[in-house]
Design a protein around this ligand. Structure first.
Ligand code: F3S
Length: 502
């Protein structure tokens, strides 16, 4: 997969100078579109095809192959295997180029060649419609501009240097007029692509602009999922533990590891937070604070904590808490509760513990098909918050056909769905994908599976130590996502190191 940088902007903004410098700096190919038009013109002139012969031009365009090569650091334009670089700057070719460039067949032929080049090589291309038309999928789009005053002054100084007498006012007027024409022309009008980064070089010199765009390139090579890392519920739970560490003098316990992340659990352990795993251990506690993690716990756990006179800090995610109150209310009203989820998951065990009537858990089509209950009892269906949405609908569909009196409450948390959708989209775009998360985190494992479906080079890591950055060297674009229990500092550390490797 190649990386493309599209630079558009008004005349006099320094696009080609900047584009060439960036290409040199990044070892990319600078696609000189002007030289390509000249090469086509040269071919048509050699074939003696007049401007008016539209059919002749169309047919000739099918015969044209253009490549750009570098020899001793100098760009060479190869037309049908002939190096024509030295022949493109003649006055004759120059004069005819703008006329042939307006021909739709010429433009279409060059568009194909340019896109083909962009699909195979890392390139920088500048123009007026590169980001909007020629390379709409370029990974980095820049709209390079400068105020008319700044551009006029640059031009003025340039002409002065050459000993040409000129007026700053006239130059400025010309620039404003040219901008207007370029923006309103029929063919390839100048326009900023919606996703282009605006770079105003009015107060920057060339090196500063190059450095700025190079930094943007480094960022664009790494796509970090916005949804990576702690979800709202996990963040809230972890913060509660750290707050407690700061303020409490008595022992602090979490009922189960606060999150599925060994680093965080180890860090808390070093600050004196102990993990208890079962009711037995809970019964032995004499004093202290017990914090319930975001997955929640059965009601009898909370009861026991209170009965023992321990302080209870309930960090159950509010979305999970809502399921607890639903199943409690509905089971108290006599409903049979059916939880769609993974029976072994602590969240599901917790939900079960708030049901005061018959409760079942199903997670597969077969279990749904085999499910039977008393026809005279109403059925209330809820889901584990992290369950797959489509799978939930499928299982509900199977149960619905059984003719029970059903109340279906979709309690899936959309944080998971959003994270998975974003991860899939990023993995489809990059050629290396890093998924960060604890080895026991089921949502990270699922993220890994999703990314692997889209991107063969998907790596599952817990921390930076698991990542072989050498493997990323040949990649043009890398994506990063992380499970709901991955702390930001781990994501940032990975991101920083990956960036340094490029
Ligand atoms: Fe809560 Fe949703 Fe996270 S249920 S714990 S915010 S995944």
């Amino acid at each position: 997969m190649s990386f493309n940088i599209a630079i558009d902007g008004p005349a006099g903004a320094g696009k080609s100078t900047i584009a060439k410098k960036i290409a040199r700096e990044l070892n990319f190919i600078y696609v000189d579109t002007g030289a390509m038009y000249r090469a086509v013109t040269l071919y048509l002139m050699r074939q003696k095809i007049p401007l008016e012969d539209k059919t002749g031009i169309r047919e000739a365009c099918h015969q044209i192959r253009i490549r750009i090569e570098y020899q001793n650091g100098e760009q060479q334009v190869i037309l049908n295997d002939e190096n024509v670089t030295g022949r493109l700057r003649t006055e004759e070719v120059g004069k005819m180029t703008s006329a042939f460039a307006a021909n739709a067949h010429v433009r279409a032929a060059l568009l194909d060649i340019q896109r083909d080049m962009a699909s195979k090589e890392n390139i920088v291309m500048d123009g007026r419609d590169i980001g909007t038309h020629v390379l709409p999928d370029a990974q980095l789009k820049i709209y390079l501009t400068a105020s008319p005053d700044a551009r006029a002054m640059r031009r003025y100084l340039e002409l002065q240097k050459k000993g040409i007498d000129c007026s700053l006012d006239i130059i400025k007027k010309d620039i404003i007029q040219r901008d207007k024409q370029d923006m309103n022309r029929e063919i390839a009008p100048l326009k900023k692509a919606e996703d282009a980064v605006l770079v105003d070089s009015s107060n920057m010199d060339i090196d500063q602009v190059v450095a700025h765009i190079t930094a943007l390139y480094q960022d664009a090579k790494i796509i970090v999922a916005k949804t990576a890392g702690f979800c709202f519920g996990v963040k809230r739970a972890v913060e509660k533990v750290y707050q407690q560490v700061e303020s409490s003098k008595s022992p602090i316990y979490t009922f189960g590891p606060i999150i599925h992340n060994e680093e965080v659990v180890k860090d808390l352990e070093s600050k004196g937070v102990k993990v208890i795993h079962c009711m037995e251990e809970l019964r032995k506690l004499k004093n202290g604070t017990v914090i319930i993690r975001s997955h929640g716990v059965p009601e009898n756990v909370c009861r026991l904590i209170r009965e023992k006179g321990l302080e209870l800090i309930d960090a159950t995610c509010p979305y999970v808490k809502k399921i607890h109150s639903i199943v409690k209310r509905e089971s108290n009203a006599g409903s049979h509760i059916l939880i769609i989820g993974n029976a072994d998951h602590p969240e599901v065990e917790g939900i079960k513990g708030w049901c005061n009537a018959k409760v079942d858990v199903i997670g597969t089509n077969r279990e749904a098909e085999n499910f039977v209950m008393d026809c005279n009892t109403p059925l209330c269906i809820v889901s584990q918050t992290t369950f797959n949405y489509n799978k939930f609908n499928k299982l509900v569909e199977i149960i619905s056909k059984k003719g029970y009196d059903i109340l279906v409450l979709n309690t899936i948390c959309n944080a998971t769905e959003k994270r998975q959708t974003e991860a899939r989209a990023i993995a489809a775009e990059v050629n290396g994908m890093i998924v960060i998360g604890g080895s026991h985190s089921s949502n990270t494992q699922r993220l890994f599976e999703i990314c692997k479906e889209e991107c063969e080079n998907t790596y599952y890591i817990q921390t930076l130590d698991d990542l072989d950055v050498q493997e990323l060297h040949s990649m043009s674009c890398v994506g990063i996502t992380a499970g709901a229990s991955t702390p930001n500092n781990i994501i940032e550390e990975v991101q920083k190191n990956v960036r340094n490797e490029f």
